[in-house]
Design a binder for this molecule. Structure first.
Ligand code: ADP
Ligand code: GN1
Ligand code: MG
Length: 353
């Protein structure tokens, strides 16, 4: 979008002069907006992926309500939406693209891979606090922006469907990963079944707590939770699990060398400690009991989603080279396997935390 349009449309202080691509997200297109006036804020512009988020208006209403609620409890602890000059929370351009703007937090940064347990502990506290502040938010009033987002049974059906169609002729290349995915369905469905039996409650969860969705300050403190499109009802295991998935190893999400996907129990301990310090007063014994399975579940969910997307021809996640979604799926399923092999150790650490 032309910068002059940004200045005209959005409620911006000062004057935006440049927009540069920013961040490593898989879904939206993100730009940093630079202000000509040094005393005025910079902003973050995003083109919303409306093929994935089909009901932009309802999603933006979720984000507006959630950010107001959380920032009222702890100012600055999540994003701040900048509306349009006519009072809307997003803008639709003449080509049908949807855009939104947040205040840019110059002093903060995200990390794709946390370097130290201290950073992990701090990031986990920020995600835990976010959940804590939303504990009294009426979950059922949030619009499900992606229906069945973490529904493992539906995700398996989607994978099965992609295998059956084999539209790109890629099944052969992914046979080992497909077989493994269908071997471990019973254990991977346990959390959802517990929810369906009413053992664990639906609450407002973030649902995308990968480590680069928390902004840290220079001292390494977790300050601001971002990427709020999937805030909707879920189980605490989704947030705990995605945090574990993205911090428990120093390997990248798409690591090609599977021997590098090593579980570091000190990193697990750091995330568990930070997250539980903030949430222990709201979690039930049953929720706590299932936490060791949360990391494997989220790496598995990502594994089978990447795998299905590979088979369908990479229509969902952005890829930077051919086969990247298969590589991501391999890495995530390896992580699942390794986390399942360490269940007793994870359980012991959680008991102490
Ligand atoms: P995606 O949904 O594509 O992952 P995000 O909303 O997570 O997009 O933004 C992408 C990246 O931009 C983040 O990982 C973070 O580094 C950076 N970012 C997002 N919002 C802000 C902000 N308000 N201030 C500073 N950096 C931000
Ligand atoms: C996507 O938007 P981003 O990159 O933070 C995805 C998440 C996955 C993640 C895997 C809406 O998140 O579910 O965990 O990629 N978001 C959506 O890296 O599908
Ligand atoms: Mg993100």
């Amino acid at each position: 979008m032309d910068v002059s349009i940004i200045n005209t449309v959005f409620n911006i202080e000062g004057q935006i002069t440049t927009a540069t691509p920013f961040g490593n997200g898989h879904i939206n297109d993100t730009f940093r907006l630079f202000n000509q006036a040094p005393s005025k804020p910079d902003y973050l512009l995003q083109r919303i992926n409306h093929l994935i988020f089909k009901e932009v208006e309802q999603m933006m209403l979720n984000i507006q309500r959630v950010t107001e609620h959380v920032n009222q409890r702890l100012p600055g602890s999540t994003l701040e939406l900048i509306g349009t000059r006519t009072g809307e929370n997003y803008y639709r351009d003449t080509e049908g693209n949807y855009w939104r703007v947040y205040r840019f937090r110059k002093a903060l940064h995200s990390l794709d891979v946390a370097q130290t347990p201290a950073q992990i502990y701090e990031g986990a506290k920020a995600f835990g606090r976010f959940l804590f502040h939303l504990a009294d938010f009426p979950a059922h009033t949030l619009h499900p922006t992606i229906p069945h987002f973490h529904d493992v049974i539906i995700r398996l059906q989607q994978l099965q469907d992609a295998v059956r169609k084999d539209s790109e002729g890629r099944v052969k290349a992914a046979q080992a990963e497909i077989d493994y995915s269908f071997q471990i369905t019973e254990i991977m469905e346990r959390i959802q079944k517990a929810g369906e039996r009413g053992e664990i409650p639906l609450r407002v969860t973030h649902n995308d707590t990968k480590f680069n969705n928390v902004l840290l300050d220079e001292a390494g403190r977790g300050r601001c939770v971002i990427d709020l499109e999937t805030v909707m009802p879920g189980y605490v295991h989704y947030d705990f699990g995605d945090g574990i998935r993205t911090t428990v190893t120093t390997a990248e999400e798409d690591e090609a060398d599977l021997s590098k996907i090593i579980i570091d129990l000190e990193r697990f301990q750091a995330f568990a400690q930070g997250f539980l310090e903030e949430t222990r007063d709201i979690l039930s014994p049953a929720e706590l009991q299932y936490l060791p399975l949360a990391g494997p579940l989220l790496s598995y969910l990502m594994g089978i989603r990447f795998l299905a997307d590979f088979l369908r021809g990479d229509s969902y996640y952005k890829v930077h080279f051919e086969g990247q979604n298969l590589q991501r799926a391999r890495a995530q399923l390896q992580l699942t396997k390794n986390l399942l092999a360490q269940q007793d150790a994870l359980q012991d650490i959680l008991k102490q935390a």
